[in-house]
Design a protein around this ligand. Structure first.
Ligand code: ZN
Length: 85
């Protein structure tokens, strides 16, 4: 967002979210609250500058280990044991 949609002023700055729904919308869209220092307009607009973040997933988000493979290996071992006895 470069200019105020109401007065066209370039003095538009990001504004803090105030309510739960503003935070909700902020988290689920690319829109951000903006405020115009020229006319006092406040509203939503597409983000113009966003801090660059790595897109890698955090360390704690990893796929669970495959326990089924272990179960199959164990049951196969038991079958082999039963055959040899
Ligand atoms: Zn304005």
């Amino acid at each position: 967002m470069l200019n105020c949609p109401k007065c066209g002023s370039p003095r538009v700055h990001r504004s803090r979210t105030r309510t739960f729904w503003e935070r909700f919308r902020k988290n689920f869209t690319h829109d951000r609250i903006h405020r115009c220092h020229g006319c006092g307009w406040r509203g939503w607009g597409p983000v113009t500058s966003e801090p660059v973040r790595p897109k890698d997933q955090p360390d704690h988000v990893r796929p669970a280990p495959n326990l089924e493979a272990i179960d199959v290996a164990v049951s196969e071992a038991q079958v082999k044991q039963a055959k040899t006895e």
